[in-house]
Design a binder for this molecule. Structure first.
Ligand SMILES: Cc1cc2nc3c(=O)[nH]c(=O)nc-3n(C[C@H](O)[C@H](O)[C@H](O)COP(=O)(O)OP(=O)(O)OC[C@H]3O[C@@H](n4cnc5c(N)ncnc54)[C@H](O)[C@@H]3O)c2cc1C
Length: 466
């Protein structure tokens, strides 16, 4: 084992971050800009030298929470230069009709498709410019919490490299090695709920003249009840298509699953039947289906995120969620802002970590729940009459009562009120929408005086900063 240093580098305001993915690189920037000494250790090689090897979810929806964090880190301009605007959901019905359901009021309320690899590269650059030290090919191997010593392994030759630490931050994703090391010392109350559905990525290439082959400024959805496809645009004029299926299909009910759709030929048959308008857009369907990995979907719950002042977890390492609200990264970025503020507050480390957990754990639980609910909404509800009626009323109430009623999607996506507040208000609003539309086929038949009175009685004014 080579031993780099045994004294704590940089003294009091030093921090060691494990993982230079999205959250690790952003946190490094935020802390380095505040004058902290930051060392970041990443298992993989430097994507700026050898290309990005993400292995999953090629593009991501960036929303206001994530954008706000990027602004604080000084990375928003560069990221937005390669982002593609998505105004709403373009729903593709089985008969080939399409319908654009706007996310917000106008183009000030949109989400952005960003490339994971390009985003990671930008974040690494700004972290380094801010003064963070980045160490690649350093996978966390073991931690001696008593000695405050950590060992990293170089995947190229298996060599071990030891380092002293003041505190470790686990930004090493859903399979966090730091989480396992913490758990071995003191139980974190870990629980993983697998969704029972998985995903595969496919690609829609540009047209022969280099353009987008379908509407670029939308998130496309092909809802099919118990399964679905989505497609997000990329700035190089491609779309990344994600097929979500149950792990086990229900052939009697005509529901496919990854157990019945196992090869390219079966995938083609599924697309011919259920996604006929998408099929001609994906020329390498068989190849993509057979060569791209199948991704699992799960929600990770922990009761504790920190080990006194010695280690803390954030992002997917603390609260991985299913991707159906497009908020995992946005939430991880919000964690980074919160942790940087708590660390800088002057409180001792253990108190700062405890305050961070107290603030963010309830919010992560709320967005995890909303992400699970959104799967049902995307795959099954966006083309239902009752949903469309409730959605029409929701938009009308947001216009009539902007101080009290805001669609849940808007609270989560275009604003930064705590997720737990959005969740709780969203539940109350949902109850109201169901009650008010019961036995109606159109919002034109509603008694608007009664509707307005119900809103005023049941919904308190929105928080001032919403
Ligand atoms: C299909 C899919 C679609 C998604 N879509 C969206 C979306 O539209 N919008 C959104 O906001 N979120 C989305 N997400 C969620 C988002 O990808 C994650 O929430 C986000 O990547 C979390 O960032 P992170 O930095 O915590 O973890 P990661 O991005 O996983 O980064 C972890 C880093 O740690 C490194 N690492 C791992 N182990 C070690 C180790 N032992 N030692 C050192 N380094 C290590 C990894 O190499 C990696 O660089 C999606 C996720 C999936 C699966």
């Amino acid at each position: 084992m080579s031993s780099q240093q045994h004294s704590t580098p940089g003294g009091e305001r030093h921090i060691t971050i494990v993982g230079a993915g999205l959250a690790g690189a952003l946190l490094a920037t935020l802390l380095a800009r505040r004058g902290w000494q930051v060392d970041v250790y990443e298992k993989r090689g430097d994507p700026r030298i050898q290309g990005f090897q993400g292995g999953r979810s090629i593009n991501l929806a960036l929303a206001e929470r994530g954008l706000h964090a990027l602004r604080l880190a000084g990375g928003d301009d560069e990221v937005m230069a390669q982002a593609v605007m998505m105004r709403g959901r373009m729903v593709h019905f089985l008969d080939g009709r399409t319908d654009l359901q706007r996310y917000g009021r106008d183009d000030s309320e949109v989400i952005w498709s960003v490339h994971r690899g390009e985003l990671n590269v930008i974040l690494l650059d700004i972290a380094q410019q801010a003064g963070a030290r980045l160490h690649f090919h350093r996978g966390l191997a073991s931690v001696d919490f008593d000695r405050r010593s950590v060992a990293f392994e170089d995947d190229r030759d298996g060599s071990l490299h030891e380092s002293a630490f003041e505190s470790l931050v686990g930004a090493d994703g859903a399979g966090s090695a730091l989480r396992s090391a913490m758990n071995a010392v003191s139980e974190l109350g870990e629980r993983t709920d697998f969704l029972g559905h998985s995903y595969k990525e496919l690609e829609i290439p540009p047209t022969s003249d280099g353009g987008f082959s379908i509407e670029p400024n939308a998130l496309h959805i092909w809802p099919r009840g118990r399964y679905m496809c989505i497609a997000l645009p990329n700035d190089e004029r491609t779309f990344t298509v994600t097929l979500f299926l149950p792990n086990e299909g229900d052939p009697a009910a005509g529901v496919p699953g990854f157990d019945t759709v196992r090869n390219g030929e079966q995938a083609r048959a599924l697309f011919e039947r259920d996604f006929a308008d998408a099929l001609p857009l994906i020329p390498r369907l068989e190849h993509d289906f057979e060569h791209n990995p199948k991704g699992l979907l799960a929600t990770l719950y922990l009761d504790r995120w920190h080990l006194d002042d010695r280690a803390v977890l954030l992002g997917d390492a603390a609260h991985a969620m299913v991707p159906f609200h497009g908020q995992g990264m946005n939430c991880a970025f919000e964690d980074c802002v919160a942790l940087a503020e708590h660390l800088d507050s002057g409180a001792d480390r253990a108190a700062a970590f405890a305050a961070f957990q107290a603030q963010r754990l309830p919010d992560s639980r709320a967005i995890q729940a909303m992400a699970l609910e959104n799967y049902l909404e995307m795959r099954d509800r966006v083309d239902n009459d009752d949903y469309l009626l409730q959605r029409a009323l929701e938009l009308r109430l947001a216009q009539r009562h902007p101080d009290r009623f805001m669609p849940r999607y808007a609270m989560v996506t275009f604003h930064r009120m705590p997720y737990s507040v959005a969740f709780e208000r969203g539940n109350r609003q949902r109850e109201l929408l169901v009650e008010l539309t019961r036995d109606h086929a159109s919002i034109d038949t509603l008694d608007w005086d009664a509707v307005d009175a119900a809103v005023r009685e049941r919904l308190s004014p929105l928080p001032a900063d919403a």
